[in-house]
Design a protein around this ligand. Structure first.
Ligand SMILES: [Zn+2]
Length: 211
């Protein structure tokens, strides 16, 4: 009877040990890489009004909401970069370039929705890459909880800003329908936009703590 050692088992044990070590390194790296910067992207601007009913323009609602999110996140000690802080036009390529401009960041684009006929209602959050899914899920959950609006869910989409922002998790939030008369009357009040901003900010903070 040959009495060779059992190389296969020895190899397996070594392999398992290596894989375990690699996993620990990845977990620690994940903790270390929790983002410290939030790039906020209020949709549209200037001649690009976005969804519009009468004098209610998406570009104004998105900017006001993003500014509120900005203040809340700064209070949490996060760095915030805005793609626009005024009523100016920013090409989509510039927005995604900003989204890729630094590491340790996330990218959150803020929009309001529109559909013909005005029957659409509720909030939804979009992602493109699966690596952005959890960020979308956290924001959507807290947004629904804070506003009690209809939950349209987390959805994948091919929008430029979330497709071309490849360096960081990137999502696009639709904060309700300008075309829906009930939601429009709500979103015209600062109190309601404050709730939307709180939902988005709380989702971002909770996502960060989950890292
Ligand atoms: Zn929009």
């Amino acid at each position: 009877m040959p009495t060779f050692p059992t190389p296969r088992h020895a190899l397996n044990r070594t392999l398992i040990g290596s894989l375990w070590a690699a996993l620990m390194v990845l977990m620690l790296a994940g903790k270390a890489s929790a983002f410290d910067t939030v790039i906020l992207d209020p949709g549209h601007g200037a001649h690009d009004r976005g969804a519009a009913i009468g004098y209610v323009y998406e570009k104004h609602l998105a900017l006001d909401t993003a500014r509120r999110v900005e203040q809340l996140l700064r209070k949490e000690g996060l760095k915030v970069i805005m793609s626009r802080s005024r009523d100016v036009f920013i090409p989509l390529q510039d927005r995604s370039a900003l989204g890729n401009s630094r590491g340790n960041a996330i990218f959150v684009s803020i929009h309001y929705n529109y559909n013909r006929g005005g029957s659409g209602s509720g909030v939804e959050t979009y992602y493109h890459f699966s690596s952005s899914y959890m960020l979308a899920a956290y924001i959507q959950a807290y947004l629904v909880q804070r506003t009690a609006m209809t939950n349209r869910g987390v959805k994948s989409a091919n929008f430029h800003v979330i497709r071309a922002t490849t360096k960081n998790p990137a999502v696009l939030v639709e904060c309700g329908f300008v075309s829906n008369s009930t939601e429009r009357s709500h979103m015209l009040t600062g109190e309601f936009r404050a709730k939307i901003a709180e939902g988005i900010a709380q989702g971002i903070v909770a996502f960060r703590k989950s890292k």
